[in-house]
Structure formats: structure tokens, C-alpha cells
Design a protein around this ligand. Structure first.
Ligand code: HEC
Length: 317
């Protein structure tokens, strides 16, 4: 039945185990409740004025040992085989690097493409290597029943194969700071041709999933490269480009600005130039702008990205 179809193969497996355990529990709930009611009536004081000592019953004891044992082993087997399925990605999976940071997700594909939403082709296995650039986060796609921690300095892996076109929520499940609840993204599942057209289509390829509802349009075209990189890297979660201070100072009009920075415990007055911009991005703890927390994650850009970002920042007058 189409409406019952889950969004990924692991969702189907996980739900099957859930309903198996749930069904068994329901059966036992009914059985035990009925038995209790029966005993209350059958052994009420009216019918049984005198209590009697009941001795052991070998047949019963064997039954209530073996039946639960078999049931528990069945639950274990079913759960284990499906857990294994969900843990071990098929060899032909496409490997995506997922980076969590305060407070956004970014995705990097094998050819170096990056995005803020996760684009995935229908019915193809996608392996996720989940990392964090700062604190512990939790990567969760409820519709796929997919959940894994994003921990600094190690990669946790998981995978999925989408079985239904659509747009599915990604959430963070670990309280990770003030904007934890805004740390949202989407998995956009599109037909394989549409995915390939984007994936192999170079810089200006239109993003897939335009005919799906909602926020596929995170990277409008014709933006300066530096801005696109900053979006993908989550810089704009903490920095505005229009003059408003956020978690970090605005990036507008930095070039030539005189600022006070803390180097260790010493305050220094500096004039922002290209070299300063580069170090404050690549090594954010070295010079910390006075009045702001040292909250910027250490998540260096490649040389090319840095050049593009700095070139863009210089245009923000
Ligand atoms: C978690 C929030 C956060 C993220 C994400 C973040 N920054 Fe920052 N950034 C800060 C804070 C806070 C400061 C001020 C303290 C400091 O200098 O370390 C800062 C300082 C800066 C400065 C120096 C500003 C000045 O006035 O001198 C630059 C430039 C900068 N960030 C660029 C970036 C870029 C580019 C990215 C993305 C690669 C980024 N930041 C990501 C929080 C963040």
C-alpha cells in the first residue's frame, strides 16, 4: 500500500521490529489482564473461603521458562539482524561527509560539492560520515529512523537508502547551545537523473528538488562564491553581512576597521587587513575580538575557499 510505504529501507526495518515487539507486548497485556480478572473471580473469598497451598507444577514451569526464552531470543535475533543492516553500509554507497557545527549542518560529496541540505537520489545507498567541528551534536532524520551522534575528532558512520521522493527533516538531538532548536536542515530525495544533473553539473547546476515543497532554495544562484561558501560552512549562523552583531561581530565593513583584540590576556588595537582576516578565520582563537566570546569553531577552509571568502569580505563595505 503506497500510503504505508516508509521513506527509507531502514525505516521499514526499524518499524517492523517495533511493531513485532509492540504486537507481542499487546498480546501479553491482554492475556495477563484476562488471567488476572479470571483469578479474581475464580478465587474470590465468596467462592474460596479457605486459602489452599498450591504446590509446584513441572509442566507449567517448563512452559513459562521456555516460551519467554524463545520469544526473547526471537526479539534479539530480529533486532540484531536489523541493527546490523542499519549499521553496515553497502560497498557501492556514495560517501557523504556530514559536518555539524554550532548551529548548522553541511554536506560534502565525493567530488567536493557542498550543500546545506542533503541531496540524495532515490533508491541509491548513501553512506554518511558524521563529524562535529565543535561540540557534541546528534544527527537525526525522523522519517528515516536514522540517528547518530556527531562527536568532535571522530567520524561516526551510518547510511540510508531512500524509497520515496520528498523532503525530510534533519534535526539536532543534543542540546548544543542557544540556537540548538534552529539547527535544522532537510534531506531532499529526487530521481537519480535529477541528482546526477546537479552532481556532475558544475558550479552553476540548478539545485535538485525545485518542484518539491520548501527550503531547497538555500543557495540562490548568482551569489558571490565567497558568500556561497560561507553559507555552506555555517558562518552566517553567527555572522551577519548587513552590520548587525549576532553571536559574532558583523562581517560588514571590516577591512580597514580599527578593533581591539585579545591576544592571550593582552589587549591590542589592530587595523583589519587581509592577513588579519585570514588568521581570524583559520585560527580563530589567536586574536579574539574584544566583547565577544571565543565561540568561533576551529574549522579551517581550504586555501581556495579562504581566498574566495576573504575576497568577498573585502567587498562588504
Ligand atoms: C559559532 C559561531 C561562529 C561561526 C560558525 C563562525 N564564527 Fe566567526 N566569529 C565568531 C565569534 C564569536 C567571533 C568573535 C570572537 C573571535 O574573534 O574569535 C568571530 C570572529 C570572526 C572574524 C573576525 C571579526 C572581527 O571583527 O575582527 C571573522 C573574519 C570571522 N569570524 C569569520 C568567520 C567565517 C568566514 C566563518 C565561517 C567559516 C565563521 N566566522 C564562522 C563566531 C563564529
Amino acid at each position: 500500500m503506497e500510503w504505508m510505504k516508509q521513506a527509507s529501507t531502514s525505516a521499514e526495518k526499524s518499524d517492523a521490529v517495533f511493531f513485532f515487539v509492540f504486537g507481542l507486548s499487546l498480546l501479553f497485556l491482554v492475556f495477563i489482564t484476562a488471567l488476572m480478572i479470571y483469578f479474581v473471580i475464580r478465587y474470590s473469598k465468596k467462592r474460596h473461603p479457605k486459602a489452599a497451598q498450591i504446590e509446584g507444577h513441572t509442566g507449567l514451569e517448563i512452559a513459562w521458562t521456555t516460551i519467554p526464552l524463545v520469544l526473547f531470543l526471537a526479539i534479539f535475533y530480529y533486532g540484531w539482524t536489523n541493527y546490523e543492516y542499519m549499521r553496515l553500509a553497502p560497498r557501492d554507497s556514495m560517501v557523504i561527509k556530514v559536518t555539524a557545527r554550532q548551529w548548522s549542518w553541511s554536506f560534502e560529496y565525493p567530488n567536493g560539492k557542498q550543500s546545506k541540505v542533503l541531496f540524495a537520489p532515490l533508491a541509491k545507498p548513501m553512506k554518511l560520515e558524521v563529524r562535529s567541528a565543535d561540540v557534541v551534536h546528534g544527527f537525526f532524520v525522523p522519517s528515516f529512523r536514522l540517528k547518530i551522534d556527531a562527536v568532535p575528532s571522530r567520524a561516526n558512520t551510518t547510511w540510508f537508502e531512500a524509497t520515496k521522493l520528498g523532503s525530510y527533516d534533519i534535526e539536532c538531538t543534543v542540546i548544543c547551545g542557544v540556537d540548538h532548536s534552529l539547527m535544522l536542515s532537510k534531506v531532499i530525495v529526487v530521481p537519480e537523473d535529477e541528482f546526477k544533473a546537479w552532481y556532475f553539473g558544475g558550479e552553476n547546476a540548478p539545485e535538485p528538488g525545485k518542484n518539491l515543497p520548501a527550503p531547497a532554495a538555500v543557495n540562490p544562484v548568482n551569489e558571490p562564491v565567497g558568500l556561497v561558501i560561507m553559507r555552506a560552512k555555517g558562518c552566517l549562523e553567527c555572522h551577519s553581512i548587513d552590520g548587525k552583531p549576532m553571536v559574532g561581530p558583523t562581517l560588514k565593513g571590516l577591512l580597514g576597521l580599527k578593533e581591539e583584540v585579545l591576544v592571550g590576556k593582552q589587549t591590542r588595537t589592530i587595523t583589519v587587513d587581509e592577513a588579519y582576516l585570514r588568521t581570524s578565520i583559520q585560527d580563530p582563537m589567536r586574536e579574539v575580538v574584544k566583547g565577544y566570546p571565543p565561540a568561533m569553531p576551529l574549522d579551517p577552509l581550504t586555501d581556495q575557499e579562504l581566498t574566495d571568502v576573504v575576497a568577498y569580505l573585502k567587498t562588504l563595505k
